[in-house]
Design a protein around this ligand. Sequence first.
Ligand SMILES: [Zn+2]
Length: 445
Amino acid sequence: MSEAELVLRSTRVITPEGTRAASVAVARGRITAVLPHGARVPTGARLEDLGDDVLLPGLVDTHVHVNDPGRTEWEGFWTATRAAAAGGITTLVDMPLNSLPPTTTVGHLGTKQEVARARAHIDVGFWGGALPGNVKDLRPLHDAGVFGFKAFLSPSGVEEFPHLTQDELARSLAEIAGFGGLLIVHAEDPRHLDAAPQHGGPRYADFLASRPRDAENTAIAALIEQAERLDARVHVLHLSSADALPLIAAAKAEGVRLTVETCPHYLTLTAEEVPDGASEFKCCPPIREAANQDLLWQALADGTVDCVVTDHSPSTADLKTGDFATAWGGISGLQLSLPAVWTEARRRGHGLEDVVRWMSTRTAALVGLDRKGAIEAGRDADFAVLAPEETFTVDPAALHHRNRVTAYAGRTLHGVVRSTWLRGECIVADGDFTEPRGRLLTRPR
Ligand SMILES: [Zn+2]
């Protein structure tokens, strides 16, 4: 018998080999063994029998805007990590912008880590930012443990985080490739955005026309070219345009070091159903048509798209005005991402194993966290316990996000998260949280 302080037993444990009845032994925060369901519980170990509830690895969300410090009225480490824990997420990686300062120097990273340290209910890591003129800061940030660097190719929405021109992108990417780092990119081409009709106002169709697919397709094509030329690792953030999929598939087939994510809102909401004036649905790139969504699901199924992350990017409610041109662009999804994706996945014939691969295993692999993302011996004992057949109706008042604005209000979703476990400790069960136990993560070397 393996060493165990705790044994989690379920008739449905999602392991890399598939779903099976098992007992998962845990000691000192790690999984020590995955044993047969009826295995004898070692003397002194506590048994947690989950019955038929599913035990899955805690989700790893590599795209979250926590905004802390500086815009904590939008979100903060305390609220974001509680919402994440309530949604079955045990690790998040914070985006370098919308906080003040942005994570663009080692000093700023230290400021952010200091703020997160006492408030993190789950494990937290950080992306750095690549701005015009901060090439000299990239290597020190890499050495200080950021997981990679985010760049925009079009305006970011906040003035302290300017976007890169193609020349600046080439300079930053060459530097990052030189030390084996990862560049993650908001890929919309500003020339196509400038050329698109900009009507403003409350009509969603006008907003959609202002962020055309061409802007994404062109930016992704240019990014692939640069990645290929420099043999650099690049990751396309929040893919929305399915038109770019053939390009991505071809680049991957040719060996370009390219990965791609998409988000729950692109997979579960459609342009056709967004009410006019409902800017809780506004994000960039935008939620597109149902036919586009079908292709994104196909791309997840065949591996052209690697993973699913929230791009949780809230603001205060007053910035979500009825005018799509001026309303803050960002969708809050941290607490609802697992049930939202699972609800649509099951409707389309996918299993929970697929959802785990997209939202935990592959995201952990993207940032090199080899102790996260799977239930197997040696990994951290991070789990979500899910009742996948149970449904609930989204009530904004029940969210732990700082601002209870959500595009999912009133939807009935499958999948109730019963509890979430971090390194062998139950951190939330039925809405009751422990004190924060999260750790700050740095890029494994
Ligand atoms: Zn984002």
